[in-house]
Design a binder for this molecule. Structure first.
Ligand code: HMG
Length: 389
């Protein structure tokens, strides 16, 4: 009898500060309707000077370790596209901050926003081989574009941590997966840049082509018919993109594209992303958290996932929501992670945006700003120094 494998627990963290789109619109003279309605964003998380992908990741994963212990975690897969080192995996810092066992493998994965789904699928393979082990999958990213560029309104930051194991308490992940890869330059960030380069319209087209390609492959492998899905969770660079994508999928499958059908399928999946912004690898799994926290009972229902990463790679797969899942949710803590953010005005946001660690790796102490459980204290001798608070 095949083992059922999937997401046993899920927790997320975001950044210390929040900038409202109203403040951004006031600065650049944009009609607020473009942000609230046009792209579907209300605010974005802005990291403090002493936060990065490691501090957010450790904050996201700490509640999983507190609930389940460390003894079964034999692998940590850290997905990110805002990596802090070309050699050392960011997950090794998290392993240390959380006191994970030394008998553990830790690795970092990258393919733009798609990376966390690769991590999830690799985790499933490892658990299939040894159903006693659990894999800690972490997706952590800071989305940063040039000031005053079209992408600026789609920034954000968050980390999602998922414990993947046998007999999961939240979601069983199913076979098959629909896969799609195409070599396109829609969005990329060369090693010498802190901010991403993007061709906005091309990136939207590339995403839609990837939805189509991944669905085609999924259908060819006898995946579920579209009508069986209770909800669809999409990667959300901005929440209106999920609407564009689902409309495109319905149309491609010859279904009516009335707005009620689209809104029903997306349900509450956009509730967290609309106030957090683009969190790249974490985005699609923040969509899952919002759906499980806020939708009516989904026990036994199929949820579709469309994970997209520019460049581009996409994967479409299904999960079935497990009986009793509601008792394992972290709805209160998730709300708190969002509500605890401190509002920052435009000038404060701009200062944080322009601040960066010394490019030559010279010794540097970061100001104490975060009130989160972990902080980046500074750099000494080219080494990042983290502390638990
Ligand atoms: P833009 O040029 O600032 O905006 O770029 P626009 O003129 O295209 O307007 C956006 C929408 O607002 C339009 O709606 C307007 O009509 C509407 P649409 O036609 O698309 O339905 N609008 C209004 N609505 C109501 N009231 C108003 C109003 N004014 C306009 N007053 C763009 C927008 C998203 C391109 C830009 O923000 C950008 O470049 N963002 C970054 C790239 C991006 O997010 N791409 C998404 C797909 S790629 C992806 O998902 C991967 C990614 O996450 C990276 C990774 O994989 O690592 C980015």
């Amino acid at each position: 009898m095949p083992v059922s494998i999937g997401i046993h627990d899920l927790s997320f963290a975001t950044a210390e500060f929040v900038l409202s789109h109203a403040a951004l619109a006031e600065h650049n003279g944009t009609d607020i309707g473009k942000y609230h309605v046009g792209i579907g964003q209300e605010s974005m998380s802005v990291p403090a000077a002493d936060e990065d992908i490691v501090t957010m990741a450790a904050a996201a994963a700490a509640p999983l370790v507190a609930r389940h212990g460390t003894s079964r975690i034999r692998t940590v897969v850290f997905a990110t596209e805002s990596s802090i080192d070309q050699a050392k995996a960011a997950g090794v810092y998290v392993h240390s901050l959380l006191g994970l066992e030394s008998a553990c493998r830790v690795v970092e994965l990258k393919q733009a926003c798609y990376g966390a789904t690769a991590a999830l699928q690799f985790a499933i393979g490892l658990v299939r081989r040894d159903p006693a082990q659990q894999v800690l999958v972490i997706a952590s990213d800071i989305s940063k574009y040039e000031l005053d560029s079209p992408g600026e309104a789609t920034q954000g930051a968050a980390a999602v941590a998922m414990l993947v194991g046998a007999d999961p308490a939240l979601l069983r992940i199913e076979d098959p997966s629909g896969l799609f890869t195409a070599d396109v330059m829609d969005f990329w960030r060369p090693n010498y840049r802190e901010t991403a380069l993007v061709d906005g319209q091309e990136s939207i087209n590339a995403y839609l082509q990837a939805v189509e390609g991944a669905w085609k492959d999924y259908a060819q492998q006898d995946g579920r018919p579209l009508g069986e899905f209770a909800a669809f969770v999409y990667h959300q660079p901005f929440t209106k993109m999920a609407y564009k994508a689902h409309r495109h999928l319905l149309n491609f499958c010859g279904h009516a594209t009335d707005e009620d059908a689209v809104a029903r399928a997306l349900g509450r999946t956009t509730a967290y992303n609309t106030v957090i912004g683009n969190s790249y690898t974490a985005s699609v799994y923040l969509g899952l958290a919002a759906l499980l926290d806020q939708a009516d009972d989904l026990t036994g229902r199929a949820v579709g996932f469309l994970s997209y990463g520019s460049g581009s790679v996409a994967e479409l797969f299904a999960g079935t929501v497990v009986a009793g899942y509601r008792e394992r949710l972290r709805t209160g803590a998730n709300r708190e992670a969002i509500d605890r953010r401190r509002p920052v005005d435009y000038a404060g946001y701009r200062e944080l945006h322009e601040r960066s660690l010394p490019a030559d790796g010279g010794d540097h102490s970061t100001p104490v700003q975060t009130t989160g459980p972990f902080r980046l204290a500074g750099i000494s001798g080219h080494k990042r120094l983290y502390e638990a608070r």
